[in-house]
Design a protein around this ligand. Sequence first.
Ligand code: 6PG
Length: 508
Amino acid sequence: MNNDSTLCDIGFIGLGVMGKNLVFNLADNGYTIAAFDLDNEKVQAVIAQDKLENTTSNSRVVGCSSFTELLSKLKKPHLIVLSVPAGSPVDQVSESLIGAGIQPDDIIIDTGNSLWVDTVAREQKYKNNFIFFSSAVSGGEVGARFGPSLMPSGSPYAWARIKPIWQAIAAKVDSTTGKPLERTQAGQIISEGEPCATYIGPAGSGHYVKMVHNGIEYADMQIICEAYHMLRTGLKLTPDQIADIFEQWNKGPLDSYLMEITVEVLRHKTPQNQTPLVDLILDKAGQKGTGLWTAMSSLEVGCPAPTIAQAVYARSISSFKELRIEAASTFTQHSVVELNDAEQQTFIQNLHDAVYCAKICAYAQGFQLMKMAAKEHGWKLDFSSIAKIWRAGCIIRAVFLQSITAAFERDENLENLLLDDYFIQQLNKHQQNWRQSVADATLLAIPVGAISSALAYFDAMKTAVLPANLLQGQRDYFGAHTFERIDKGQGKKYHVQWSSEHRDITEI
Ligand code: 6PG
């Protein structure tokens, strides 16, 4: 290793919002960075910000104007972090680094939201050129700056080198309470606590886990939005009144980052006339694809994740704004139910419990999906560690993750969170209110697809006999697809000669 002190510890490519903030997080933790972006203005902006923030006499960030210059400014073997958009930019940068002379023992860490199968392919594709390592990052801009949740996977050799750096920059959790140890100022570091960075497994597994994190994020956000809709349309509450309710909810089991930011969004007013901003935002949701990938993967793996899929559909439905406007004036609208104060309180309490139970189901779906995918791909995932690194830094961070950590600590082979004693007790306690809330929404014609799909999932998962017996009969009728019988030995297949006079049942 070349220890020339003028050389930087880490190369960084891609200085967009996430990249720039990760650079300063690394710098706060004492690492020197050679930074490059195809857009030189971004390089200059990072240098200018470093001049303002750097309280040491040494320069922490060195700007580079080419891939070759970047390599020349780094200690060997090179360690380079990429924060570029997922997809072809990752390959374009990798090819450029090969052209610039990157070596087989150099390490590239992809921190974007890459599709996990691309990561698997890239590890193979570049294995003679350099070590392609990946580490998904969650936490948005603020997380990247002050402590994200990190999901690294790939070569264990590369991880040994990256681990101290990743554990330094990651969010930290108080190991006894499971609560985040917040860092909010430039220059500040937190050295105690459990870092939210753990090795996930072979190439691709970290990005798979991050993909499912995002699928859960979609569901969590949609569930909160449906609760807002119920309160705004059903009870005709103002955004401020809803923010008050969510602020209360945020003190109990629903305490989460997403609930906290929802309160802030709801309270925000335009400076001109103090109109709640939320009333002015167009109701068409965007998406970059990770929720869709999670839903697709759940279908491929055969793991039910209807609440996650429904959250993706809800965004799609929102995009049909013109169609919705036309249909709104076509169909009968339902009148608002007038409730007295006590009834309103009951409505709100039922809704709280519905949000809580739906959230449990969304996480149950996400964790079971990871479990089934791990089995299919031969990964050995540690679910209590995954729940632990989601307790701080990431977008779905929540008090609730401590209960999930505990569930997997009680039973590392837990098939589904719905079978954990704590969650059984919680669901039993709150399910009646959840049902009432879904009934309220149905009668008020307020779409609560995520909350109600979670209830249907819960009911199906706890029903010993489903109508799939009839379905098998139908399949056998038109396609001779055969069926098994509960009164015969397992695995034996039967078929009815539906077109024959006696409709005999034969063993196949
Ligand atoms: C995170 C976020 C991050 C990003 C999502 C948003 O964990 O930091 O999930 O990855 O904000 O990609 O995705 P959509 O644009 O699809 O909502």
